[in-house]
Structures are given as structure tokens and as C-alpha cells.
Design a protein around this ligand. Sequence first.
Ligand code: ADE
Length: 251
Amino acid sequence: MLLQILTLFPEMFNGPLRCSIIKRAQEQGLVEFRIWNFRDFTTDKHRTVDDVPYGGGDGMVLKPEPIISCLKAVQRDNPPGKVILLTPQGELFKQAIAREFAAEEHLILICGHYEGFDERIRAWVDREISIGDYVLTGGELAAMVVSDAVIRLIPGALGSDTSAQDDSFSENILEYPQYTRPYEFEGMTVPDVLLSGHHARINDWRRKQALLRTALRRPDLLKDLSLSAAEQKYLEEKLNETTFGNREEVK
Ligand code: ADE
């Protein structure tokens, strides 16, 4: 995958792209990053990227010319890319969108900054993405979040292909609790079923824990799941065992 990022702050990407799985994915040739500073596409002496808003008001607005000139250069010698604008006004980023993006050969992420950008930039954009209902100082952190979530889904990016399947949200369900050694830590022990070596029972326990955790923490996700009658019964029983407001963790 070719992942190109248009930003006024290329240096912000230095850290995250040079670590861990993202670094390895680049070394393995699974993804190539190209970071562009659209200030380099200004034509005036002061390298101006923003201007006052027509109609008045506070703050500055990103001008269309540098961003669109940069975008045209970025697209010139490559197969067409999906152009994504990071903005708090965009569609809320979800795992399903990460999966869609992971199937693309070429993504172009545009990071806004300052108070906003000229509305006409939107004519070049395929999709607008927000990473949450809060306002960041710019789209850079959002672009890193999107890049990270997408790259780890590229086959081969994680150590084993199954590790992405068990993720929280891969099936719109939260992940089951995990334990490692020691068996006892500060008086807390590991559930015995995990030591049983009985894979069917372990899988059954994990599925139930995942469902229960989802029901307790993110009941909004449950409506999209197709549960078996037995799973439904299990959840009802477990949720009835405890009174509302005292559901932090049901064993
Ligand atoms: N730019 C500023 N805030 C943002 C957000 N929440 N998501 C994506 N881009 C942004």
C-alpha cells in the first residue's frame, strides 16, 4: 500500500512511523509512506498557506491552492488513490472503515490545521473521517490513528494472521480477558479453565466473556450481533445476577 500524507507538520510523523509494527510493515514492503508538506506548493514569497475568512470572523482558513497543487503532484505518477480528509465533521472512524481502507492500494490523507479550510477543497475528497467527537489542533494525530489501524490489518503486518481476527471490534464485540504468568499476582489468580488445556471449553469461556464484557461496557454493539439462543440465555442470566449499576465485572 502507498500511504501519502499531506500536512503542514511532517516532523510530527517521525516518531509513530518509526516504531513497532508500523516500522516493520515498512521494512517488509507492505506499506510505503510519503509525507508531503503542502507549504512547499505555495508560490508567494511568504509561503502563505492560510488567509482571513471571507465574511469576517476569527481565525485563519487554509487556502485551497497549496493543498490542491500538492494533491495533484501526489497523484501524478501513481495509480489513483482514495483521498481522505481528516476533520471533526467527518464520518466517525470505525473498524469496518479501517478494513475498507486496508484493501486499498493507495490512500492519500489530508491533514487540516488552524480554524478550518476553504470549502472548495472538499471537491477533491472521496471521504471525510473524524476519529471522535472532540477537536484536535489538526488532522495529524487523526491521520496517525487511521494509518495505524489500517496498516495492522494488511495481511502479514502482524506476526500471525489470526491476531487481527480476535481483536476487539473485529466482529463488533470486545475482546475477552487475557492472562499471562504468574498464575497468582497480588492475590489474584488466573481463571482455572485457562489452565485446563481443554480447547473447546476455553473457546466457550472466551466467547462468553467477550459477550458479557460487550453487554456490560458497550451494550450499543450488541444489537448488531447475531447471538445463538444459548448465548442469549447466558447473557440474560448473567445480567440478572447483578443489579443495574453494580455490573462492573461479572465473573
Ligand atoms: N481534526 C481535528 N479534530 C479532528 C478529529 N476529531 N478527527 C479528525 N480530524 C480532526
